[in-house]
Write a protein that binds this ligand. Sequence first.
Ligand code: JB2
Length: 224
Amino acid sequence: MKKMMKPEVFHSLGSDLDRAVVVIGAGGHAKVAIEALRFSGWRVIGCTDFDPSPRTVVGAELLGGDEILPDLRSAGIRYAFVALGNNNLRQARGEDLLNAGFELPAAIGPNCSISPTAKIGRGVAIFGGAVINADAQVDDLAIINTNASVDHDCVVGTAAHVAPGSALAGCVKIGNRTFLGAGTTVIPGVTIGADCMIGAGSVVVRDLPDLVTALGVPARVRSS
Ligand code: JB2
């Protein structure tokens, strides 16, 4: 049987839906994303999560599971943000939301510096202190986490994650769904393929193919 949204959730939506956004996920990433959304002027109406136990996440109420999303869309909620740290899940849920007719705003936290010539995709998270320089491109659902930097002409692929304190020098390319652990450095012009895992603190000095795990200074492939 289709699970319906609880009536009290309808009442909590409020009347001004122009900047109202629902957040998918109620874990650690959601905490930072919700505060970044608020910082960038969004009104977070609440979250959805697999775990239905009633709770709040930095003041945002758990509304129910993802099965309530069609009802929220019908009730006039146009915007949703996927706050799931897992790159594959984030991409999958983002595609589900687009298919369901939601728009995916970016969540931009405080003290970010984003070049007016940078291209920022849908549903991107850019957290406090991040820097994105001229002509860089950050594709849909990517995360540029706290204090990470993305220099000129870089391309960060769909649902990739540049973890806190990482630094991409100019003209670096990061493939779709690739994860760069905290404090990763990538020297200019390097290309890292899709679905890679780069260990925290690594320094990547040469190109890496798809689907590898690499770590160290300089980063070496450990498995593929
Ligand atoms: O498909 C889903 C789904 N899959 C997992 N839909 C919804 N609505 N929720 C889903 N979840 C829920 O996401 C889980 O039930 C869980 O409550 C939440 C994930 O929380 P967790 O704190 O484990 O991870 P996270 O993704 O919020 O944060 C991770 O990634 C961040 C980037 C952590 O590693 C953080 O430390 C990190 N900063």
